[in-house]
Design a protein around this ligand. Sequence first.
Ligand SMILES: *Cc1c(COP(=O)(O)O)cnc(C)c1O
Length: 374
Amino acid sequence: MTAPAEPPADAPVRVRPEIAAMPTYKQGRQADASAHKLSSNENPFEPLPGVLEALAAATEINRYPDATAAALRARLAARYGVDLEAVHVAAGSVSILAQLIAATAGAGDEVLYAWRSFEAYPLLVTVAGATSVTVPVGPDGRHDLAAMAAAVTPRTRVVLVCSPNNPTGPAVRRAEFESFLAALPSDLLVVLDEAYAEFVTDPEAVDGLGPAGYRDRPQVVVLRTFSKAFGLAGLRIGYAIGHPRVLDAARATAIPLSVTAQAERAALASLEMEPALRERVAALVERRDRLVAGLREAGWRVPDAQGNFVWLATGEQTMQVAARFDEAGLIVRPFAGDGVRISVGADESVDSVIRIAASVVEGLPEGHPARALA
Ligand SMILES: *Cc1c(COP(=O)(O)O)cnc(C)c1O
């Protein structure tokens, strides 16, 4: 691709054409006080005990933070039984995704992932100058790992596997992930994006950091975040566990000093609160399962939900469906032409979502893919 001879009509300077063509990030709409914001998979609970105190104690804001986040990395290394160098911390796991893609893929290289999946993937690939190759998820919202393995070419540099898949919900199964890895070249980076790992209840689901995890598979990097189950989305902090040399490549592309001391302290404090965390996760899982059951009972076809959100494949009706929720004070996330993702929020939001959803499903044509087969 060559640079445009003239700046784009509305930009005063020359911008890479693929960047000029990118949509700017749209945040889930901010909700007014009476509405439930169910559009960004945020945690509805207040911070875990001790977190606000840890933040209040981190007052040296005239100083730069520790560039290596050594204290948090040491804590995570001990927790997962890996070396310090096998842990990388950044300002959100999205930052680590950007770093890994930038480190491995450039112009002419391919990054492979399922679609629909996390909306950040295509943007990060384009920014790196690489090319997205996508493989559709099945009608059940699951990754088609066999088709993904078949889509690998000599130009593929990274495969992104999102489990549970945002926004469709299911987790990748351990056995299919094993076969998938066995089918790949051993020098191809596989990023297992487990932003919602804490919410997974499927006993067959892959667990990148569990006893049967991937510490001995140098090509696999596991991403986790403090944004979802831990409820620290606003502080921007996430981590990767992987081979030290692979993580060195990510570290080399990182903007230094992006992880604040406040975020690091809050993460450390959160890790001390395992029992409280488990309680909250259990409450959210209970709400999620109640939501799925209620939606199915109302006539929706809902894919297996393993994160803190549910997916309705509303297709052409997506924007109208989202508007119906919106009118009822339920801010959901529409993906035009595809479906609506609804986060598990405050307890009282669950019944409201089911109630509105029950009236909306009636309006969908018979045989619509979002309707359960009668
Ligand atoms: C929310 C999310 C993340 C985490 O984002 P942070 O940058 O850590 O806040 C990563 N991957 C997926 C699929 C997500 O949904």
